[in-house]
Structures are given as C-alpha cells and as structure tokens.
Design a protein around this ligand. Structure first.
Ligand code: ATP
Ligand code: MG
Length: 369
C-alpha cells in the first residue's frame, strides 16, 4: 500500500489509529477521517476506546454510544458508523466464543473473580480494545475501522496487550494454575501462593474466593485466547494499519507529541501521518512594505486593527515554526512522515457539519507539506 496523502490513506487503509495528548483533537480528526472515507465510498466504523462520551458529542449525537455501531446520517456514497468500547460486553462475547459449551461460558461470567477482572483492571480494558478492534476488522459490514484513543500517555499500551496476554498464558505458573485438575496444583502450591497474593492485592480478597473456580472454568479456553491475541497483534502491525499522531501547536502539546512519536518508534510501528490541528489562521499579510507604511500612517481604529492583525500573524508564525521543528524531529525517526495542517475553528466542534468542514481541510492538497 503506497499512498501519499491522508485522503489516499482513507481510501485504502483497513485500520487507522489516531493518537496524541489530551484535547488536541484526536476524536474530531478520527470522525473527520471517517467522513472522508465514507465520501470515498467506503463503509467505515469509528470506534472510541475512551470512556468519555466525546465522540457522540463531536458528531452531534444526543444518545450515548455503546459497543454496537450506529450509523450516522451523512451524504456520502459509503457509510459512516460510530461505536464506543464496552469492556464488559466485549469480554463476555469473547468468553462465549471461546468456551466449549454455553454452560461453561455462563459459569465463567457469573464468577466473582471474572466480574472484577472484566470491570476494574486497566490491562483488561487495553486487551478488550484490541479484541474489539479485531472483531470490527473482521466484520463484513465494514471496510475500515478508525480507532480514537483516550487522552493518556499510555494510550498505545493496548497495542502491546494481545502479545502480553499471549505471553502471560504461556507462563508455566499460569499453565499450572489453569489446569489444577491435571495434578499440577498440589506440587506447585509453593510457587502459586505469591501469585494468588498478588492477584488478591489487585482485585480484593472477595474476588479471590472465585479464583479457583474461575481457573477451572478457564481450563481449555487458553488456547483460543492465545490464538486470538496473536491474530489481533498481527493485524495491528500489518501494512493495512496506519497511525496518525495528532498535535496542536502549543509547546506542551508538541512535547507530548514527541512522546507518542517515540512510543511508536519503540513499538516498531511506522508513522506515516501527522496532523497539526488548531493552527491559528493567517489572516491577511501585515508584513509587506506597503502594509507597514500604511500602518505607520494610520491612526485610531485602523491602527488598532493593524496591531491586532500583526499580533495574529506573530501567533501564526510562531505556531508554524513550532510545527516545522516538530516534523523535522519526527522525520529523523520516520523520514516519510507526512504533515497535514488544519486551522482552529471559531467555535467548538459539536456537529457533523463542523466535522465535515474539518474533513474538507484535511483532504485539501494545500494543507499538506
Ligand atoms: N480545529 C478545531 N477548531 C476548534 N475547536 C476544536 C478543533 N479541534 C478540536 N476542537 C475542540 O477541542 C476540544 C477537544 O477536541 P477533541 O475532543 O476532538 O480532542 P481529543 O484530543 O479527542 O480530546 P481528549 O484528549 O479529551 O479525548 C473539543 O471541544 C473540540 O470541539
Ligand atoms: Mg478524544
């Protein structure tokens, strides 16, 4: 796949992940990329793995979203759907599909340890995000899945969680724990005690009471879990998947954007696209000689207006310089990284109309460098 613009990426990628620090516009950009793809005739689903309800808000939906995608009404030859990760529901579905019998699935889902595992651990959330992404990727209703990540420095941890789970399930202690009925438990109890203690410190001793029956219910499912986890990991690292780092021009946002670039580099994931959002617009050019002479002779309101415009130009130039330095640093690690800049709108983005306007800027050839 050798696309060279954001628009072309929306035509051909199978998975797009937006990442960046808080408030830079990840959710708005994810939704706008969805609009571009739907206009190109694709059937796209945008999934937010952030528990905040911002995706529904950005596209002007009043009711809240859940795991099941909902179609957004837009004029496009393709389709745009949106959904929000439900960790519990995704975990239950996974158990249902991995369990050898429906009774075993029910036994597992009613287990107290399972319940706290599926509710409270952040690692579970990461793994379910990856699992849900994989389900949507394999869902015949969709050609493209766009993932909107939460405002956390660790937002990309979910990319590693399938491999982490696969490694965990292969661990000898876990194998013994899972199959106590096969005679391992009695001999390995000295090794298991610290493990159970560690589990109890995370989930509480009530839940611990359910661990033994949880493990009994899990027996036999670990193979299916491992295989799925590895398939998810392959998808995330395949050439069908694209990552977009979103940033704003403020020094704080740029510092955090550097962190995401380093994270992608550490994860050995190729970064091809950067979006500079919320750029101050350039309004007129107050720096030409004619303009300067005009300003020197101006008085009253005209002079005041000129001062304001000159100030806005300084802001715009400072923002552009910050972004230029950031993209230069990024290209040291990812030489082909492609930059698209979009402006700060006069109002917040709360409707599919403003998302569409943002999409037009993102797809315009002049916004790219
Ligand atoms: N280009 C823009 N012009 C004006 N407002 C914008 C622009 N992009 C984003 N916003 C506003 O900034 C706020 C944050 O945007 P958004 O929710 O898309 O960012 P985010 O990175 O997903 O945030 P979070 O990190 O909280 O998930 C919203 O109020 C949105 O309306
Ligand atoms: Mg967001």
């Amino acid at each position: 796949m050798s696309e060279i613009s954001l628009e072309q990426m929306c035509h051909s990628a199978r998975v797009i992940v937006t990442c960046g620090t808080g408030g830079v516009g990840k959710t708005s950009i994810a939704a706008s990329l969805g609009v571009i793809a739907a206009r190109a005739g694709r059937r796209v689903v945008v999934i937010t793995i952030d528990p905040a309800k911002r995706l529904a808000d950005a596209i002007g939906l009043t009711e809240s979203l859940g795991n099941e995608p909902e179609q957004v009404q837009i004029s496009a030859s393709g389709e745009m759907w949106v959904s929000m990760l439900d960790v519990r529901e995704t975990f239950d579905n996974l158990v249902r599909s991995a369990a050898p019998t429906p009774e075993r699935a029910t036994e597992m889902m009613e287990n107290s340890f399972y319940r706290s595992l599926s509710r409270s651990l952040s690692g579970t959330r990461d793994y379910m995000a990856a699992e849900r992404l994989y389900e949507l990727y394999n869902d015949e209703r969709f050609d493209l899945v766009i993932v909107d990540t939460p405002p956390s420095r660790n937002a990309l941890d979910f990319l590693e969680s399938p491999e982490r789970l696969a490694r965990f399930l292969k661990h000898p202690i876990v194998r013994v724990l899972i199959a106590p009925g096969r005679g391992g438990l009695r001999f390995a109890s000295a090794a298991i005690t610290p493990v159970l203690k560690a589990i109890s410190s995370v989930v509480g001793s009530d839940a611990l009471a359910g661990v033994a029956s949880f493990l009994r219910a899990f027996d036999g499912m670990e193979k299916e879990f491992t295989q799925r986890a590895l398939a998810v990991a392959r998808t995330l690292r395949s050439d069908d998947t694209r990552f977009v780092v979103v940033t704003a021009p403020s020094p704080d946002a740029l510092r955090e954007a550097d962190h995401f670039v380093s994270e992608l580099s550490r994860l050995k994931i190729d970064l091809k696209y950067v979006v500079a959002n919320r750029m101050p617009p350039r309004i007129g050019d107050t720096s030409s000689t004619d303009q300067m002479n005009f300003a020197r002779n101006a008085t009253g309101d005209v002079a005041a207006a000129h001062t304001i415009l000159a100030g806005l130009l300084v802001d715009a130039e400072r923002a552009e310089a910050g972004i230029d330095e950031f993209i230069a640093r990024t290209r040291v690690k990812f030489p082909p990284a492609h930059l698209t800049a979009v402006t700060e709108f006069p109002t917040d983005i709360h409707s599919i109309e403003s998302i569409s306007e943002l999409a037009e800027q993102l797809a315009a050839p002049s916004s790219a460098k």
